[in-house]
Design a protein around this ligand. Structure first.
Ligand SMILES: C[S@@+](CC[C@H](N)C(=O)[O-])C[C@H]1O[C@@H](n2cnc3c(N)ncnc32)[C@H](O)[C@@H]1O
Length: 240
């Protein structure tokens, strides 16, 4: 099992090392990199002949998330995308599909009005899925109702439900177990700069280890951070 782009010597005090690394992870500001990712995103959209109609502001996807979505879609052999949380990512995926064809996309959204709004702008299904209490690893968390959602998905974009303080978006582990393609996959978890999402990223890595699924992982840091985790033919995504 491969994991982590960086390897450290075995720690004498693994828990202490983990705490120190967690404290240092967000040191310094990476917000300036937002401009770099914006430039790359705008350049690539122009080269593809796709009009830039995104509003990457507020709680919506920021430019580094849109950059990652674009690169994964364009450069990797992705057949099916699960877009959790409707918004700018859904609009971008729709534009890429219309321009390049390729992958099937399913968006999950808990807010019926927002699902209707975004669903009216895209050609792929935006499914209204209420958030339901879901048991994962002995915890009860809120996650979209996944009844009838069939995998496998190679690309999972986890940008919802709205964040909570602990074990945020923990439903990602359910998606890994139930609908993720175990051979070829890339997961992008947004807001990994927040403690709750980072907890989920670490739990997800542990789950993949337990399941014997090979993967690498990395973080992309700009106005927000994304945790990116990939395996099989989609592993190059961790170097994006
Ligand atoms: C972080 S946002 C999802 C973002 C989405 N993937 C994107 O790229 O914009 C999480 C949730 O916020 C809500 N949301 C996002 N933008 C919204 C808006 N402009 N109005 C109302 N709700 C919004 C939706 O319920 C969405 O699932």
């Amino acid at each position: 099992v491969k994991s982590g782009s960086k390897r450290l010597p075995k720690a004498r005090w693994p828990l202490l090392q983990q705490v120190v690394r967690s404290l240092h992870r967000n040191r310094g500001s990476h917000a300036a990199l937002e401009v770099i990712y914006r430039d790359l995103f705008v350049r690539e959209l122009a080269l593809l002949g796709v009009e830039d109609r995104c509003f990457p502001v507020g709680s919506a996807a920021n430019h580094s998330l849109l950059y990652l979505v674009l690169r994964c879609y364009v450069e990797l052999p992705v057949r099916r995308v699960l877009d959790v949380g409707a918004g700018q990512t859904s609009l971008l995926l729709d534009a890429l599909r219309k321009r390049l064809g390729g992958a099937d996309v399913v968006t999950l959204e808990h807010d019926p009005a927002w699902a209707k709004h975004i669903g009216g702008k895209v050609d792929h299904p935006v499914e209204v899925r209420p958030l339901v209490p879901t048991e994962i690893d002995g915890r009860t968390v809120l996650m979209h109702d996944l009844t009838g959602i069939e995998g496998p998905f190679q690309f999972i974009i986890m940008d919802a439900p709205p964040g909570v303080r602990r074990h945020s978006r923990y439903g990602l582990l359910k998606l890994v177990e139930q609908v993720m393609d175990r051979d070829d996959f890339v997961i992008v978890l947004d807001d990994a700069d927040r403690a709750g999402e980072w907890q989920t990223a670490r739990a997800c890595a542990r789950l993949l280890h337990r399941e014997g699924i090979g993967f690498r992982h990395a973080e992309v840091k700009a106005a927000k951070h994304q945790w990116i985790c990939a395996g099989g033919r989609l592993e190059p995504a961790v170097y994006f």
